[in-house]
Design a binder for this molecule. Structure first.
Ligand code: 1GP
Length: 241
């Protein structure tokens, strides 16, 4: 069966750009899912990412199961923790936080996830996750106790991305952090994309159609937006096909 990663690489090879909405189980109630997903279905969004930093056990599974009832779009886990792995999803971004040096987020949580994953059919996509400084401290920084890469150090960000590719990772995610003051700089996206042979995801602090298009033009293959959809329902209107 052709999976989500195949779908992503096909889109990239056809020059198609993709938008993912990020749903945080801490902020979305099951009751609000039908209305929210209806907006998603009527927009240009093609992926639903689900994940958060401080989610209760089982909350992700309950939420993903509910989302799947209302859409045929792929649901991809973007987990902050092992408890957020759900068989109801279509794929899992198996994130390694390579901008920092906390072993728990480089390999520790991955080992703890193995008992859940080794007898599962969930597609697992190894992803190099790179936190980039955005002007304020983010939840990822606090939870992982790692420092982001300074936003002006685009060479280091590119070298980190390339190291992940050479290690065999299949996606790179450049993350400014949820609610970032400044999204990932466009020149950083450009430099990383020019030197990368695997798909590039960019997220954090993108709040307008203009910023979305700028990120696409700079080289992002998938852009992830969470906060703007949570706080401004009219944003969906701007993103009608
Ligand atoms: C966070 O990149 C995502 O992990 C999305 O960030 O909530 O700022 O859109 P926003």
């Amino acid at each position: 069966m052709k999976g989500i990663y195949y779908h992503i690489t096909q889109s990239v090879s056809e020059g198609k750009k993709s938008l993912a909405v990020l749903i945080d189980p801490d902020k979305m109630t099951v009751q609000n899912v039908p209305g929210f997903i209806e907006n998603v279905n009527n927009s240009i969004i093609t992926f639903i990412f689900v994940g958060g930093s401080t989610v209760e056990t089982e909350a992700t599974h309950i939420l993903v199961s509910e989302i799947k009832k209302h859409t045929s779009l792929p649901v991809v886990l973007f987990p902050g923790d092992v408890t957020q792995i759900s068989e109801a999803a279509d794929a899992l971004l198996f994130l390694s936080l390579i901008s920092g040096d906390n072993p728990e987020y480089l390999i520790g949580k991955h080992i703890k996830a193995v008992p859940k994953l080794m007898h599962s059919d969930l597609e697992t996509i190894p992803t190099g996750y790179i936190l980039i400084e955005n002007g304020k401290q983010t939840t990822v920084e606090k939870v992982t106790e790692t420092k982001p890469i300074p936003r002006e150090n685009k060479e280091l960000i590119m070298h980190t991305s390339k190291a992940a590719e050479l290690l065999g990772m299949q996606l790179i995610y450049l993350e400014a952090g949820s609610g970032a003051l400044h999204p990932v700089p466009l020149e950083t996206i450009r430099l990383v994309k020019q030197n990368l042979n695997i798909p590039l995801i960019v997220g954090g602090g993108i709040r307008s159609k203009q910023q979305l298009n700028n990120a696409f033009e700079a080289g992002a293959d998938i852009v992830v937006i969470g906060t703007a959809f949570e706080t401004n329902e009219a944003f969906f209107e701007e993103l009608k096909p």
